[in-house]
Design a protein around this ligand. Structure first.
Ligand SMILES: NC(=O)c1ccc[n+]([C@@H]2O[C@H](COP(=O)([O-])OP(=O)(O)OC[C@H]3O[C@@H](n4cnc5c(N)ncnc54)[C@H](O)[C@@H]3O)[C@@H](O)[C@H]2O)c1
Length: 316
């Protein structure tokens, strides 16, 4: 089987590739090749991996890397929330136009590959119930959320028409994310844990009562692969799944940090509200109903302290 991962040099793309290589198969078929397509070259020491640089907004690039042997596509390339809000044109071009172009190229090839699209909590917003339900209306309060919501609908329609076998997996915010802060409005959700654990200071830009919906990188990776393997029939006429998460307030996250790493780590957090970030983050749901995901065998994390311990274990 040949698999394409757009955004294959990114945080989730690298993890999905690594996990797929460890498994050696997807949906019962041996993996012959994984193409990692990104504007940045991925480095991977495995003969089954081909790292390619290219911009997914370029039709030639998509045509070059999607062929009738490409049985599964993890479409992860994106302009993240903070950047898509700062640069409207770029967000539209990559998150929306290039996503549609990718679907069009699949349609033209005519072999209906499986396409996993990573959507986000950001498709919801406004006046939300404490627990968002499957039928809660989408009401994004950011350009990123709007671009994701439109791309979701496109993927559903291309799936209904039989052009692709798509599935939208809505991700909670991923935490604890290793590495450096990024341009996502949610970057602090990892930063306030990661930086203090590394002996560095970190700024929390939102109120401690702000509730966030979180999933660890390990669980997110497993869920994306399991989501790709869900049979068409199980998805019915709604190929969208809200992945399980943990609903925690920022204060509860900080208490979990105290439990795992003590007062000294917590003292490295500076509290300084940033209206621009807070406005985006508080518009996202703090929890959603995960019945459908659990019925499909997709699991979340047990506690935020467990997520922190897993981050520390993976680091060492
Ligand atoms: N990490 C999270 O908390 C989270 C939450 C919800 C949804 N998501 C979604 O999951 C997906 C992966 O997220 P991530 O955290 O790995 O992000 P990331 O920023 O680490 O990875 C995205 C990758 O896409 C690449 N990319 C951007 N523009 C491109 C282009 N024009 N052509 C080719 N590649 C391009 C980037 O170089 C980057 O490597 C994204 O679609 C994101 O919107 C992530």
């Amino acid at each position: 089987m040949k698999i394409l991962i757009t955004g294959g040099a990114g945080f989730i793309g690298q993890r999905v590739a690594k996990r797929l290589l460890e498994r050696g198969e997807l949906d019962g078929k041996p993996i012959d090749e994984i193409v990692l397509l990104d504007v940045v070259r991925a480095t991977f020491d495995d003969r089954r991996v081909r790292a390619e640089t290219g911009d997914i907004s370029d039709l030639k690039v998509l045509n070059q890397h999607i062929d009738t042997d490409t049985e599964a596509i993890f479409h992860l390339a994106a302009i993240v929330s903070g950047q898509a809000e700062a640069d409207f044109d770029l967000g539209m071009k990559i998150n929306l136009d290039a996503s549609r172009a990718l679907l069009e190229v699949c349609r033209a090839k005519g072999h209906a590959p499986r396409v996993v699209f990573t959507s986000s909590v950001a498709v919801y917003g406004g006046d939300l119930p404490a627990i968002v339900q499957d039928d809660t209306a989408l009401n994004p309060q950011s350009s990123y959320g709007t671009q994701k919501a439109i791309a979701e609908l496109l993927l559903c329609d291309y799936t209904r028409r039989g052009f692709v076998d798509g599935r939208v997996l809505r991700l909670p915010t991923i935490s604890v994310r290793p590495g450096k802060p990024n341009a996502a409005a949610s970057s602090f959700v990892s930063g306030i844990i990661r930086e203090p654990l590394n002996g560095e200071r970190s700024t929390c830009p939102v109120d401690g009562d702000t509730r966030v919906w979180l999933l660890s990188p390990q669980r997110a990776t497993d869920a994306l692969i399991a989501g790709c393997e869900i049979g068409r029939a199980a998805l019915g006429n709604r190929p969208i799944i809200n992945l399980p998460g943990l609903s925690v307030s920022v204060n509860e996250m900080v208490e979990a940090l105290r439990e795992v790493a003590g007062d000294e780590a917590v003292a490295r957090i500076d509290w300084q509200r940033d209206e621009r970030i807070e406005k985006i983050v508080v518009s996202w749901p703090g929890a959603w109903n995960t019945e459908r995901a659990r019925a499909a065998g997709l699991a979340g994390d047990a506690s935020f302290a467990e997520i922190i311990r897993a981050y520390i274990a993976a680091r060492s």
